[in-house]
Design a protein around this ligand. Structure first.
Ligand code: SDX
Length: 379
């Protein structure tokens, strides 16, 4: 057999053909179905972007109205699922509550026949509609408060904010949340999408597919970095401490959270948009010192890490925005998940059209032809 070349982390290894999104890592370009993500964040909505990702084209006005209506009326969760969420440890991370609830959600809706297109579509709508409800319910219940019933007169972003805080966001804040959901909705073959594809390739049901993807997103090298960025900025504490902190981290070969990317070798275009969105939020909430530190950190890192192609990624500014909106830190990654579920589902549906179970190879480096030594003969 020819010597198979090991590719750690499958770097640069194409594992599928996909038409869902495209990244040009050198030109800081990200397109969903050919449309620039900056344009979608500014002009579109999460609901319209989810349809675009799932169906491949922008919806007609009727398609969007019907899809939006389906989402609004599928937000509620079964009382038994709420009871399950109530039994979870209050101090557990909301991502684990989300993963458990989504895996269990599939038990309420028969969805094992994934050859049934209508059933697959209904599952996709339910998952997009219900993930925000699960996140908000766990957040309320862990503080001993009742979960807030979703409102079907609010859009996706506005209703999520309402279920968290029991008040509606201002139009500017609603737009920022919606844009954040658009920016996090999809990103080619990232780890959680790949994880969902592997699970989906065994013809597992969509709730299990999304539960796999959520589990993968919890890791700090992937979705969890947005929380760690805030810890890092708070540890730095001031703009004047920034350079010394970065230089020390580089000497210690520490991974700087919110920086670096397997594909982008320039600043992540989403980080650029999030930085602009932050300024819209700060117009209402005031500009936090953490943002000043972040801007200074980006400047300092450009000189030290830039030559290695290490620049801010999507997680660098998102947490600062969420903190300014009063969103608790451990909900940052769940927000990433309630957006990315659209991309995960788009890849799942696309893969089913020409599915083959993932079963890669390995390079065996262990022992061979070993004798079995009876226990009585061992020390
Ligand atoms: C996301 O894949 C996606 O699309 C993900 C995502 C999406 O939308 O789904 O974009 C979302 O996950 C953003 C990334 C969030 N994670 C972080 O911010 C954690 C910090 N970043 C790094 O852990 C790292 O940059 C990764 C995980 C993002 C990418 O890892 P790679 O491609 O495997 O790169 P690597 O670890 O092999 O690093 C290559 C070199 C190494 O130096 P050398 O050993 O060659 O000297 O670059 C260095 C690394 O030490 N490096 C960093 C660094 N990232 C890479 N050095 C300091 N700080 C960093 N953040």
């Amino acid at each position: 057999m020819s010597q198979i070349e090991l590719r750690p982390g499958l770097a640069d290894v194409p594992v599928a053909e996909s038409a869902v999104s495209f990244i040009d890592g050198k030109r800081a370009r990200l397109e969903y179905r050919g449309i620039a993500v900056e344009t979608l964040a500014r002009e579109s909505s999460f609901e319209e972007t989810a349809w675009l990702l799932l169906r491949g084209d922008l919806p007609t006005q009727k398609q969007l109205a019907d899809f939006d209506d389906q989402l609004r009326h599928r937000r509620r969760i079964k009382y038994k699922l709420k009871d399950l969420i109530k039994c979870l440890p209050e101090h557990g991370h909301p991502m684990y509550a989300l993963q458990a609830a989504v895996a269990a959600m599939g038990m309420f809706y028969p969805s094992r026949d994934i050859t049934n297109q209508q059933s697959n579509w209904d599952s996709a709508v339910r998952l997009i509609a219900k993930l925000p409800t699960v996140v908000a319910a766990f957040h309320r219940l862990r503080h001993g408060d009742e979960a807030i019933t979703p409102r079907d007169d609010l859009d996706h972003a506005g209703n999520f904010y309402y279920m968290l805080f029991e008040r509606e966001p201002s139009p500017a804040i609603r737009k920022v949340i919606d844009a954040c959901l658009v920016l996090h909705a999809e990103h080619t073959m990232n780890a959680s999408t790949f994880s969902g594809r592997v699970t989906g390739s065994t013809l597992a049901n969509p709730y299990t597919v999304i539960s796999s993807a959520i589990g993968t997103l919890t890791g700090p090298l992937h979705g969890g970095a947005n929380e760690e960025v805030l810890d890092m900025l708070e540890e730095i504490g001031s703009v004047k401490n920034t350079r010394a902190w970065v230089e020390d981290a580089v000497v210690k070969k520490k991974k700087i959270m919110g920086f670096g990317h397997r594909v982008y070798k320039v600043k992540d275009p989403r980080a650029t948009v999030l930085q602009e969105l932050a300024e819209h939020v700060f117009a209402e909430t005031g500009q936090p010192v953490l943002f000043d530190i972040a801007v200074e950190m980006e400047k300092v890192c450009e000189g030290i890490l830039g030559p290695k192609g290490i620049y801010p990624n999507v997680d660098f500014y998102s947490g600062i925005i969420y903190k300014a909106l009063g969103i608790p830190r451990d909900l940052f990654t769940p927000i990433f998940a309630i957006a990315r579920v659209a991309g995960w589902l788009a890849h799942w549906l696309e893969q089913l059209q020409n599915n083959r179970i993932y079963r890669p190879e390995q390079i065996y480096v262990g022992k061979q032809n070993q004798a079995y030594v009876a226990l009585s003969q061992r020390p």
